[in-house]
Design a protein around this ligand. Structure first.
Ligand code: ZN
Length: 159
């Protein structure tokens, strides 16, 4: 997957190779909200603008290894994420999901994370289809500002 314009990728390559091996155990960039047991952050390789992930602080690789409290908060944060994304970006649909294990497509297989993606009809654009290149309409730092504000209730986004 290539991006036409993606300055943050270079930062990512430089910064996100932690000595301890797990980027979710040391999230440095683009956290939008910290709950009690989970946090919410932007995906640095978004499929769509507003692509969020809900991640437990606990380093676990399966749902079975996570506590009920963690999983409850996870879905409640996904609910908030959906609400804020709906208010800010007016998508017409959402994808929510988890890839557990590398064979299932998990980029970071050791630490579970729940994806929340806003979707619009036609967002699989011609350019994506033909060239595996996506054009993101908004810089990650801008998305980060908007969603941090929404999660912390600093500004109520208006339609
Ligand atoms: Zn971890």
């Amino acid at each position: 997957m290539d991006y036409l314009w993606s300055p943050w990728r270079y930062q990512y390559v430089q910064k996100q190779i932690p000595e301890t091996g797990c980027v979710f155990c040391r999230p440095e960039n683009f956290v939008v909200y910290r709950g009690k047991l989970n946090f919410v952050l932007l995906n640095l390789y978004p499929y769509t603008t507003g692509h969020l992930m809900v991640v437990p602080y606990e380093h676990v690789s399966t749902l079975d290894a996570a506590s009920s409290e963690t999983l409850q908060e996870m879905i409640l944060l996904a609910q908030q994420a959906q609400r804020h994304l709906a208010a800010i970006y007016k998508p017409t649909g959402f994808n929510l999901g988890m890839n557990l294990g590398e064979s299932a497509g998990a980029g970071i297989a050791d630490h579970i994370h729940l994806h929340v993606l806003p979707r619009w009809s036609g967002d699989t654009s011609f350019i994506t289809t033909v060239s595996e290149t996506r054009v993101l309409p908004e810089e990650l730092s801008v998305t980060h500002q908007k969603l941090t504000a929404a999660f912390t209730g600093v500004t109520e986004p208006r339609p």
